[in-house]
Design a protein around this ligand. Structure first.
Ligand code: ZN
Ligand code: ZN
Length: 348
């Protein structure tokens, strides 16, 4: 089946509408008409790392409706409101997959774009397109009570913060810190608050304080203010650090109370920490990324119940280059979402 996709070109951060072919439905496949796809920082990294002519189609947090299903599919039907995230397949039999952690699949999960299809070996092409064909196990029911554009970022930014919030047992009265108020951070604040946590936001930009409070934080600490950081020492149970550039983690270990946990979600490379920074207070340093199927559906269900979505700026598919440029400058509050509903209009 043919569909229109936004594909990389020789020019950096420039995508072009290109007609691509999606596979014929396998028995366990779902054909999704994509209406909205979030623009993730990973998309920028992927575009920067592929050579000209690689034909990359980014996009791994999208929503839409089911068009058709394969002969063995029982949990979806045409017209269903669905969402797809950054994993579209996994081995299904390893120790991680068997514990609902397909994101840590020992054989590596199949990524939604630039991944390798487990059946035919082809390179996956992402959600910046009108249609996507995906194995049913990696399609999720999406609450129709929520704005679909605001749901799309839940599928990457959202699940990435949700899994550590859940697995660290965040609930009523948890003292939660969130470092960085971007795509991930703003969702960590909102979800943490909806779980009942008292949320402290650490930010370098004082200008984000009002927004942090609006999103549900009860305290904002400017992380460059040494006195404010010292005053916050020992005050938190869990800190979710969403900053993806190299930075010192020690100040965020110091704001933890006894047995507190610092969870870093950025790919920081080598980390420099003295054992004493962990020993004093029996603190834990951990990391996480993406999410398994179980937590992903859990997130969507929770957001439906609690009315949680991302703050998005919806842009037409034709403006994707502008969105990518602005994202590269961090000029977005808090996630760009491409409107893809009409991208296949000329194909018909
Ligand atoms: Zn992403
Ligand atoms: Zn596996």
């Amino acid at each position: 089946m043919r569909t229109t996709a936004l594909m990389s070109t020789a020019a950096p951060r420039s995508l072009q509408q290109t007609v691509i072919e999606r596979r014929e439905l396998r028995p366990d496949d779902v054909d999704v008409r994509v209406t909205h796809c979030g623009v993730c920082h990973s998309d920028l990294h992927a575009l920067a790392s592929v050579g000209p002519g690689a034909g990359l189609v980014p996009g791994h947090e999208f929503v839409g409706e089911v068009v058709a299903v394969g002969s063995d599919v029982t949990s979806f039907a045409p017209g269903d409101a669905v969402a797809v995230g950054n994993i579209v397949d996994s081995c299904g039999t390893c120790t991680m997959c068997l514990r609902d952690q397909e994101n840590f699949c020992v054989e590596f999960p199949t990524l939604t774009y630039a991944g390798r299809d487990r059946v035919d070996g082809s390179t996956t092409l992402g959600g910046y397109s009108g249609r996507y064909v995906v194995r049913d196990s990696f399609v999720y029911h999406r609450p129709t009570s929520l704005d679909p554009a605001g749901v799309a970022p839940l599928m990457c930014a959202g699940i990435t913060v949700w899994e550590p919030l859940r697995t660290n047992g965040v609930g009523e009265g948890t003292r939660l810190g969130v470092v960085g108020l971007g795509g991930l951070g703003h969702l960590a604040v909102r979800l943490g608050r909806a779980l009942g946590a008292e949320v402290t936001v650490f930010t370098t930009s004082e200008g984000k304080a009002t927004d942090a409070l609006r999103l549900g934080a009860s305290r904002v600490v400017v992380s460059t203010d040494a006195d404010a950081m010292a005053a916050a020492a020992g005050s938190l149970d869990l800190v979710i650090d969403t900053v993806s550039v190299e930075h010192d983690l020690v100040p965020y270990l110091r704001v933890l109370d006894l047995d507190g946990t610092l969870c870093s979600l950025g790919y920081l490379g080598p980390i420099d920490i003295q054992a004493m920074d962990l020993l004093l207070g029996r603190k834990r340093l951990t990391a996480a990324g993406s999410g398994g199927r179980r937590w992903t559906q859990d997130l969507l269900d929770f957001c439906g119940t609690h009315g949680v979505t991302a703050d998005v700026e919806v842009v037409p598919a034709a403006d994707v280059d502008v969105a990518l440029d602005r994202l590269a400058r961090n000029d977005v509050r808090y996630r760009f979402v491409l409107d893809l509903a009409d991208i296949d209009a000329e194909l018909a």
